[in-house]
Design a protein around this ligand. Structure first.
Ligand code: PEP
Length: 258
């Protein structure tokens, strides 16, 4: 083990899912910005739907808040109707959420697709926020470790040591997403530290594993965020529903600025 203390900058991303028109996004930003712009300790990212990326990016110009997409194709261009390519996103975004459980469950996203997308994101200078997490059935069957490690391993296949520190991993147990039933902070920490970071450490070495930000996601709210962030291995949060409400999202980001 390396005992060098590596400071990972806390990271909080808001996944707006399929919510907010451009006009609605403007209103939300007018509520978010006064509270968020003074928080410098946390890397803050907003991930609106594709159509709202450009207006959100324009409104965030001059702030330290980043913009991300919620998905993308892995090819740089081509006859893929309805898809969006990495260079198109890279014009306006620095981040992209990949392998979200809603994409896996409703749109047939596989570990292989996630892996292609992660590598494409890195190639095009985007920071992938790669989501992994077990379903309730898998959790109850006691196979969380196998599921999470398999998704991590397959998602990162072929990602070399020089690039891995640019990847952000979000541990999002599927049963906690949008349900109001968050994992316990201790349970999330067990998976993040004991499974994901430990796998990274075995495969990339301790020093590199210590540089990777690993987030928790699943019903994070203003009222429970601090419980997660008290664990130093939990580097922040991927926030869905609560990122659409300034009164929830601002305190979550503040809690991450520990
Ligand atoms: C998410 O969409 O990634 C998520 C964690 O959603 P929620 O916070 O609503 O559970």
């Amino acid at each position: 083990m390396s005992y060098e203390v590596i400071m990972r900058r806390p990271f909080v991303a808001g996944n707006w899912k399929m919510f907010k028109t451009a006009a609605e996004a403007r209103i939300l930003l007018s509520e978010l910005l006064p509270g968020l712009s003074s928080i410098k300790e946390v890397e803050i990212v907003l991930c609106p739907p594709f159509t709202t990326i450009l207006p959100v990016a324009s409104l965030l110009e001059g702030t330290a808040i980043g913009v991300g997409a919620q998905n993308m194709h892995w090819e740089k261009e081509g006859a893929f109707t309805g898809e969006v390519a990495p260079p198109m996103l890279a014009e306006f975004c620095k981040y992209v959420i990949l392998g979200h459980s809603e994409r896996r469950a409703y749109f047939g996203e596989t570990d292989d697709n996630v892996n292609r997308k992660v590598k494409a994101a890195l190639t095009h200078g985007l920071v992938p926020i790669m989501c992994v997490g077990e379903t309730l059935t898998e959790n109850e069957a006691g196979i969380t470790r196998e599921v999470v490690i398999t998704q991590t391993k397959k998602g990162l296949s072929g990602v070399d040591s020089a690039s891995i520190a640019s990847v952000v991993i979000a541990y999002e147990p599927v049963w906690a997403i949008g349900t109001g039933r968050a994992a316990t902070a201790e349970g999330a920490n067990n998976v993040i530290a004991g499974m994901i970071r430990s796998w990274l450490s075995q495969n990339y070495g301790d020093d590199i594993a210590q540089q990777v930000r690993i987030l928790y996601g699943g019903s994070v709210k203003a009222s429970n965020a601090a419980e997660f962030f008290q664990f130093p291995e939990i580097d922040g949060a991927l926030v869905g529903g609560a990122s659409l409400k300034a009164a929830e999202f601002i305190p979550i980001v503040k809690a991450a600025a520990r």
